[in-house]
Design a protein around this ligand. Structure first.
Ligand code: GLV
Ligand code: MN
Ligand code: MN
Length: 441
């Protein structure tokens, strides 16, 4: 920011408008009788949510592009309409949800990004602010990965981490492809993949865990994201009559699945520390009270901030799966659905988030992220960090997910001033990345 830094210190986003938009978006795919919503990636509900947010971007006059995986990016136009010669400072997140989602996961980051840009554009139009770089906000396709694994699919493709053609061929459980669904909902765009590299990326997100609330802290300056390993196991045995088949003659994949589930819990207890493990899908065929199942499909989600420990957990799981299946005479097939190593964010951007939060009068602490985020993909190509706001009771991926309006506004204001700092030239002429060893443009 190049002029009048002092008056701009009091600049704030419109917190009421932010909450209004979050509630309006949350009405799309609303789960009846709850505060939650279901907008699984590339469903009709996702399309309707996209249409709404796209209309807000266009109302604001952003230059909007849609790429081949359906990521939507809006860039602030230059005041005189001339093209920018610098790369944008970008924010963004996702607007797809899990099947039992809340109104805040992902949505906050996108709608707060709109707030930041609207606030900055108002100041620019009034001649009170000049930026050296544009601000941009985007949302990335299928961050949740709940329908089309892996998670963070759109941002992975954006940064060139997965070829577009491979991503378009990914199927959901019914065999429907990403490419067909993008065509069906009208969101297969033409903007190039990989996408333009931003100058820097900052994502605002709800914490989705209990730490900030527990410690009474308003802002998390996120230092990185733990490693994620998703495996799908298909265990096949013999379907049989539940009353007539002696126990010694059964080959029950349900039992194998149950043993794996218990093993995963025991592994996390043995490993301790940051190790977590979850069997989120356990799906029996034919799923009837008096039939020994013929097949079970299950998933195992293992996460750790330490890559070598995560690898050890994966190796132990692989060995146990083979042993448990053999003991029951079952066959097992294993498929990796997602595998991302732990990511460390850029120290300079983390520091800017931290000092910005403190300068706005908020309590702040550094913390890692337990959940996966689009920012971890952008971190591969540009200086990146994240801002967390508290989640009430630490609940997320649940219809009761909630963050207090004051905390939403606090997070959005930290995002505003972090982005302004990154997009401007401080009064002394120093760039925030003056000593960058590459990456920042
Ligand atoms: C994505 O939201 C994940 O962390 O599972
Ligand atoms: Mn999210
Ligand atoms: Mn999520």
């Amino acid at each position: 920011m190049s002029v009048d830094a002092a008056p701009l210190a009091g600049l704030r986003i419109d917190g009421d408008r932010l909450v209004r938009r979050l509630l309006e978006l949350g009405e799309i795919g609303a789960i009846e009788g709850t505060d939650g919503c279901a907008r699984l990636a590339l469903t009709d509900e996702d399309r309707d949510g996209r249409d709404l947010v796209l209309s807000w971007m266009r109302d604001l006059g952003l230059d909007v592009t849609i790429d081949g995986i359906g990521n939507v990016i809006g860039v602030m136009p230059q005041r005189d309409g001339a093209p920018w010669s610098t790369q944008p400072v970008m924010t963004g997140s996702h607007i797809d949800t899990v099947g039992t989602g809340g109104k805040y996961d992902g949505n906050l980051g996108v709608l707060a990004g709109l707030e930041v840009i609207e606030t900055a554009m108002t100041e620019i139009a009034a001649g009170r602010l000049t930026l050296d770089r544009p601000l941009a906000v985007g949302w990335f396709t299928d961050e949740e990965g709940a329908r089309f694994p892996p998670d963070m699919l759109g941002s992975l493709v954006y940064v060139g981490g997965l070829p577009l053609e491979e991503a378009l061929d990914i199927t959901d459980r019914d065999g429907v492809t990403v490419g067909d669904e993008l065509d069906r909902i009208g969101y297969r765009g033409t903007a190039p993949i990989p996408g333009p590299v931003p100058h820097a990326f900052v994502e605002l997100h709800i914490e989705q865990g209990p730490v900030l609330e527990d410690e009474g802290i308003t802002i998390g300056a996120v230092t990185g994201v733990q490693g994620i390993s998703w495996t799908e196991l298909t265990i096949t045995g013999w379907s049989a009559h539940a009353g007539t088949t002696p126990m010694r003659l059964r080959r029950d994949p349900g039992l194998v699945a149950a043993r794996i589930n218990v093993f995963v819990r025991e592994l996390t207890e043995r490993f301790g520390g940051a190790q977590v493990g979850t069997c989120g899908v356990v799906s029996h065929v034919p799923n009837l009270v008096n039939v020994v199942p013929s097949q079970v499909t299950m998933t195992v989600d293992l996460r750790n901030t330490d890559e070598s420990i995560l690898q050890r957990a994966e190796a132990e799981l692989r060995a146990f799966v083979v042993e448990a299946a053999e003991a029951e005479g079952c066959a097992v097939e294993s498929r990796s659905l997602a595998r991302f190593e732990p990511v460390e964010f850029d120290e300079r951007v983390i520091g800017i988030v931290e000092t910005t939060a403190a300068s706005l009068g908020h309590s702040v602490r550094r913390m890692p992220s337990g959940a996966g985020h689009d920012a971890q993909m952008l971190a591969r190509v540009c200086p990146t960090a994240m801002i967390f706001t508290p989640s009430v009771k630490g609940i997320s991926h649940n219809v009761t997910e909630f963050t207090e309006p004051d905390d939403l506004a606090a997070g959005a204001n930290v995002l505003l001033h972090t982005m302004l700092h990154l997009a401007g030239t401080p009064a002394d002429g120093a760039d925030a990345f003056a000593n960058a060893a590459g990456g920042a443009r």
